[in-house]
Write a protein that binds this ligand. Structure first.
Ligand code: GAR
Length: 195
């Protein structure tokens, strides 16, 4: 199963995927390409470290969505990698219909809350400010509804009285780093058994 990872930030979840692959915990999945929509994104540094092509791909002209010329650039570049799965690992852009239909049923997203609670931006901050005692993260298929596609799996984090915003965020990230590679491994095994 060929994976293309898209990200915008530091890339700790892409790193967790690549580490799982290196340690033989990613099933039949293999990362073949990383793209970032920010030229200075930390995620691009993973390319040389893990021997995977990693490149900035210009998302212009829009700031918060992937549409128009930028969307066409992404579709063409990703199609050239012949992915079986496109993984949004901290890719902070709204995905539009042309991209969705180019990779229909093959796009998954990681979100830092227990969806359907706290969709959209800053899922961690939203949960913290709401004062929930049980939080977590979600991997779901991407559809036209933001953070609304079918849920594949979730991991739960409990908030203790001693937690701070920082310790809470760390717990969420640790849960994400375990969940996302495990989901990919499982998807790759079930794809292989249906092949
Ligand atoms: C992760 O917490 C992920 O859940 C979140 O961005 C972070 C990326 O971190 N994604 C979203 O909020 C998507 N709406 P990373 O760059 O270290 O993997």
């Amino acid at each position: 199963m060929r994976l293309v990872i898209l990200g915008s930030g530091r890339g700790s979840n892409a790193e967790a995927i690549l580490a799982a692959q290196r340690e033989g915990r990613l099933g039949r999945a293999e990362v073949v390409q990383i793209f970032a929509d920010q030229p200075a994104a930390g995620i691009l540094g993973l390319g040389p470290r893990f021997g995977v092509p990693a490149a900035f791909l210009d998302p212009a002209p829009f700031k918060t969505k992937l549409d128009g010329e930028g969307e066409q650039r992404y579709i063409a570049a990703i199609q050239a990698s012949q992915p079986d799965l496109v993984v949004l690992a901290g890719f902070m852009r709204v995905i539009k219909p042309a991209f969705l239909s180019a990779f229909a049923g093959k796009i998954i997203n990681l979100h830092p809350s227990l969806l359907p609670s706290f969709p959209g931006l800053d899922g961690i901050g939203q949960a913290w400010r709401r004062g929930v005692k049980v939080a977590g993260c979600t991997v779901h298929y991407v559809t036209a509804e933001i953070d609304g596609g079918p849920i594949i799996d979730q991991a739960v984090v409990r908030i203790e009285a001693s937690d701070t915003p920082e310790s809470f965020a760390q717990k969420i990230h640790a849960a994400e780093h375990a969940l996302l590679p495990a989901v990919i491994a499982r998807l790759s095994q079930s794809a292989a058994s249906h092949a």
